[in-house]
Design a protein around this ligand. Structure first.
Ligand code: UTP
Length: 291
């Protein structure tokens, strides 16, 4: 069954332990890449792909994410009073329309698979997009838009992938497309963090998915897997027994902002992509690096 992708899920209930102490009181999704919280970059990507409803799976200490996507009347009034119309317009543009967001609580961080399952009632019986907010995609065309185009053509389940170094495959979910060089290729195998030297390819899952609603029944029964967590990949492997999965190769850069190095690299890359910042930033960065 093909069906338009209207809703996207953003799991934001993780603890962000790799980024302590920054994430003790501030969710990692609210750390800024240049001047926008990480989560705003990912919501922008979803909106650019035509997503109409934004579903956040949150947990304790994440209220600030809800506030970020709400209107701030005092701030708006002050900006208006001071004649800061450009800033006001930008705020309005970044905020989803009333009723276009839903927030549901995971209650316990039992794993990504469990977080996705928590969105089941809000999604209902339709295919949906899933975006991991700590993974930023910078490239010529937004990753999710390419995936939705592929879904419009062929339906089924889709996973965004990108090539990683052969000696790093053990850190990622890896898919095999059997040697196909097509941008959209049928997935033949999927493995979560394969032991060193055993990965079937170097195509890593990038944190963008389009999934059919049957995933929820599988997640409901899913037992804990690696790390004692309910793993999305385990349920996707079960779904792959009855439904087709395609990989959509992203031809840009992917940054894992949940890690310190990925976050720093993302800030440099996004600054260099900004016309208003890049020229001066390049000079300052060169001075720091002694170039
Ligand atoms: P990560 O494993 O990258 O996030 O999960 P984490 O657990 O917050 O990070 P570390 O490893 O402790 O530093 C990928 C995404 O899934 C969400 C996270 O918020 C992140 O966006 N997630 C993960 C949940 O919503 N719930 C969970 O139980 C686990």
């Amino acid at each position: 069954m093909s069906h338009r992708i209207r809703k996207a899920v953003f799991p934001v209930a993780g603890l962000g332990t790799r980024f302590l102490p920054a994430t003790k009181a501030i969710p990692k999704e609210m750390l800024t890449v240049v001047d926008r919280p990480v989560i705003q970059h990912v919501v922008d990507e979803a909106r650019a792909a035509g997503i109409e409803h934004f579903v956040f799976v949150t947990g304790r200490n994440k209220q600030v994410i809800e506030d970020h996507f709400d209107r701030q009347y005092e701030l708006e009034a002050t900006l208006r009073q001071r004649g800061k119309t450009a800033e006001l317009a930008k705020l309005e543009q970044d905020t989803p329309k009333a009723g276009a967001t839903s927030f549901t609580r995971q209650q316990e961080p039992l794993g990504l698979g469990h977080a996705v399952w928590c969105a089941r009632d809000v999604i209902g019986n339709e295919p949906f997009a899933l975006l991991l907010p700590d993974m930023l995609h910078l490239g010529p065309k937004p990753c999710l838009a390419e995936m939705i185009e592929a879904h419009d053509r062929q339906g089924g389940n889709l996973i965004g992938v990108y090539p990683v170094a052969d000696d790093e495959t053990h850190q990622y979910g890896i898919v095999n497309v059997g040697g196909s060089r097509e941008k959209v290729a049928r997935i033949e195998a999927m493995v979560e963090k394969p032991p060193r030297g055993t990965a079937p390819s170097n195509l890593a899952i990038s944190g963008r998915y389009i999934l059919q609603p049957e995933i929820f029944d599988l997640l409901e029964k899913q037992e804990r897997g690696a790390g004692g967590e309910i793993q999305l990949t385990d349920s996707m492997l079960k779904l792959a027994q009855s439904q087709v999965f395609h990989a959509v190769r992203f031809d840009g850069q992917v940054y894992d902002t949940g890690s310190k190095l990925g976050f720093l690299a993302a800030n440099v890359a996004y600054a260099m992509a900004r016309e208003d910042i890049a020229p001066e930033f390049r000079k300052q960065a060169a001075a720091i690096l002694g170039l």
